[in-house]
Design a protein around this ligand. Structure first.
Ligand code: ADP
Ligand code: MG
Length: 698
């Protein structure tokens, strides 16, 4: 492994800038670059030349097919493969790929969710090349990253709104920078997503219907050894896992994905992979690919990679930390406080924009990470609570307070005593933000770390929201600054006002503390505990207005997205409920009855030869389990009835509410008794692998 030449391997399956420079005619290369930089439309002769070069390159790398690779609302990626072959006379074929095929594809859109936008008779949708994300080869196909729309122009994917939100953030940020005397042509948001996952033995995985069908265990008593010992975190990586990680890294590197760090996580069998950050849309493509390849490589190693947010009850779930920042085309990070943050007006204005945005749109932040799976984490004292707040750390909070209470002139703001005792610090924040792990949105030196994401979520969702809401703050500031006579005074006034108005969203304390929930309520912060609680906020007029103003979604698109998310929530839990009922009826209940019968047989035998069984262990256990089995039977019936009851409930919000209140309650009750039975079941009677097997036999 170590002998492999990583620089040579890196990006070897990517049609990247270097390959383009090498293979495209100079003029074509230059105009393509210009098109990418200015976001202009591509002309067909250019596309033809690029397509030709791409095809030649792909064929040399062994590809036979091409596919438009896109990100429909299912949250995972989709592809439709066409081969390059075109028939020519004499029964022969040639390998062809035109500019038209590169720019535009026409997958059948009817099988992808549209939330009622696209009537099924108008099944046509099209994919359009996103030249800002490089094409790459996966298996035998050239994959072309694309956006996915309906023919009537509505967005059907996650990529298009993400690109729009990046563009809008750039536009508004450039306006503000321009007014502050800072020149920039473009501003981009950057993201580094840290990805958590579990690895379990594949043979064991395949014996669990719940893992196969729902991605998580629906039953399972806690093992005697859990994560109490804290011995897994940063512990030595097991050889089999190490081999997996090395293989995974290589596969990712070939695709130009900057996989950088890997370590064990808190829970047994849990691990993390972090890439070096990149532009948001590229980071999104790469994170989708990373998740896909994690699963594929696992299979090769006899493992199964679990990306569910909560594969095991009672064991830490998996999240994804979305490290987010904004920088200019000149490479300046706008969230870098520099040496003296209190007189760094660019930093303060952008900080104010983020603080205002997060407070005004707590609901959208929450919705952007809402899913049935993530509901198990948020608020469960392992992930941040469902309440949105911002952690700034003591030093930056002191700066914010000084601005809020201070003079009207940046240069005259009172000195802030820093923890080191000097008020001008080299590399201000770098090591001063203590690692507050309980904050949903923490400032970490020169970026914000959004920590509420579940491990499966497409990072497009939270980043569409982050980009859009910050663009909104910036657009308001720009409007004000444009009218001001004294720009500096106006900028100062804006910072003062926003720091004052949005003070409530800043919280540096322990987010797991019960007292915080009450405090947050006093502050008037939202606490949207479940997905069903959060989703209706999507349709609030202020949110619709926001999306429409910044051309992210039309009103119709917002409503359709709400519908898709709601339906997805109900469907996910419905599948879990059905799987649970089936496993209970066909597996655990019969197994428990069988065990009790064997106990009863033994008791009967003993009794027949005159042994006193009134205090016999087998007798007592059989008695205890019999009672639990009866309860379990009743709970199965309750769950069945709850599932049948769904048919009576109107789709949409009523069904989401019913799912949360009735289905999930019935599932929890069945699970509680089933897990109690499992504790007393001998291994040989268990119909599927237990938590100990899954978590420790890797
Ligand atoms: P840790 O959280 O383990 O201390 P780092 O602070 O180095 O690690 O970074 C975590 C993630 O944040 C990495 O993926 C890193 O690339 C990313 N990151 C660093 N700087 C930026 C930035 N300016 N924009 C977006 N992500 C960033
Ligand atoms: Mg982190």
């Amino acid at each position: 492994m170590a002998s492999k030449n990583v620089p040579e391997l890196f990006g070897s399956l990517v049609f990247n800038d270097e390959v383009m420079r090498e293979r495209l005619p100079k003029e074509v290369y230059k105009s393509l670059h210009k098109t990418i930089e200015d976001g202009k439309e591509l002309d067909i002769s250019l596309a033809n030349a690029v397509a030709h070069a791409m095809k030649e390159w792909a064929i040399e790398k062994g590809a036979t097919h091409y596919t438009h690779w896109f990100q429909p609302m299912t949250g995972i990626t989709a592809e439709k493969h066409d081969s390059f072959i075109a028939p020519v006379s004499g029964g022969k074929v040639i390998m062809e790929f035109s500019g038209k095929e590169l720019i535009k594809g026409e997958p059948d859109a009817s099988s992808f969710p549209s939330g009622g936008i696209r009537a099924t008779f108008e099944a046509r949708g099209y994919t359009a090349w996103d030249p800002t994300s490089y094409a790459f080869i996966k298996e035998d196909s050239l994959c072309i990253p694309t956006a996915f729309c309906s023919y009537t122009g509505e967005v059907l994917d996650k990529k298009t709104p993400l690109l729009r939100s990046m563009q809008e953030l750039s536009k508004q940020a450039v306006r503000v920078l321009d007014l502050l005397g800072e020149k920039a042509k473009r501003v981009t948001s950057t993201v580094g997503p840290e990805q958590e996952y579990f690895l379990v033995d594949r043979k064991l995985y395949e014996q669990r219907k719940d893992l196969i069908l729902t991605g998580r265990t629906l039953f399972g008593a806690k093992p005697s050894k859990g994560q109490e010992m804290d011995d897994h975190y940063f512990g030595a990586i097991k050889p089999r896992v190490m081999e997996y990680m090395q293989d995974l890294n290589e596969e990712l590197w070939k695709l130009g994905i900057l996989a950088k760090t890997e370590h064990n996580e808190v829970a047994p069998a849990q691990h993390e992979l972090a890439p070096v950050f990149s532009t948001t849309n590229v980071a999104t493509d790469h994170n989708q690919l990373t998740m896909e390849i994690m699963k594929k490589v696992a299979k090769k190693h006899g493992l199964a990679c679990l990306l569910h947010e909560k594969p095991f009850a009672g064991v830490n779930g998996s999240g994804k930390h979305n490290n987010w920042s904004i920088s200019t085309d000149k490479g300046k990070n706008l969230l870098d406080p520099g040496k003296d943050p209190k007189s760094n007006k660019v930093f303060l204005i952008f900080l104010a924009a983020v603080i205002k945005a997060v407070d005004d749109y707590q609901d959208l932040m929450r919705i952007s990470v809402a899913s049935a799976g993530n509901d198990h984490r948020l608020g469960a004292n392992e992930a941040p609570p469902a309440i949105i707040s911002i952690f700034l750390g003591d030093d930056l909070t002191a700066v914010v307070n000084a601005v809020k209470n201070g003079d009207d002139d940046f240069s005259k703001i009172e000195s802030v005593p820093m923890h080191t005792g000097v008020d001008v610090l080299p590399d201000f924040m770098k090591d001063t933000t203590d690692r507050n792990r309980t904050s949903p949105f923490a400032f970490t030196g020169n970026k914000f770390e959004f920590r509420m994401l579940g491990s499966t979520v497409s990072i497009a969702d939270p980043n569409i929201i982050l980009n859009t809401i910050v663009a909104e703050s910036l657009s308001i500031f720009a409007d004000e600054l444009e009218k001001a006579d004294d720009i500096d005074a106006c900028a100062m006034a804006i910072c003062k006002r926003e720091f004052k108005d949005h003070e409530r969203i800043i919280f540096n304390g322990n987010g797991y503390d019960e007292a915080w929930i009450e405090e947050a309520e006093r502050r008037g912060l939202l606490n949207l505990k479940t997905t069903a609680d959060a989703l209706p906020y999507y349709k609030l007029q202020k949110n619709v207005d926001l999306f429409v103003k910044h051309h992210i979604f039309t009103e119709v698109e917002v409503y359709s997205r709400y519908e898709i998310l709601t339906e997805n929530y109900c469907k996910t839990i419905n599948i879990e409920a059905l799987t649970m009922a089936e496993m209970a009826k066909k597996q655990l209940l019969p197994a428990a009855i069988k065990f009790v019968t064997s106990l009863a047989d033994s008791v009967a035998k003993k009794k027949s030869i005159g042994i006193d069984v009134s205090n016999d262990a087998a007798f007592l256990l059989a008695d205890k389990l019999s009672k639990l089995i009866n309860i379990m039977y009743k709970k199965i019936e309750d769950l069945d009835n709850a599932i049948i009851g769904e048919k009576e409930v109107e789709e949409g919000q009523p069904l989401a509410d019913y799912t949360r209140d009735t289905i999930i309650t019935a599932m929890n009750e069945l699970r509680a008794v089933a897990d109690e039975i499992e504790v007393d079941m001998p291994d040989e009677f268990m119909p599927y692998p237990t938590y100990s097997d899954l978590l420790f036999k890797v």
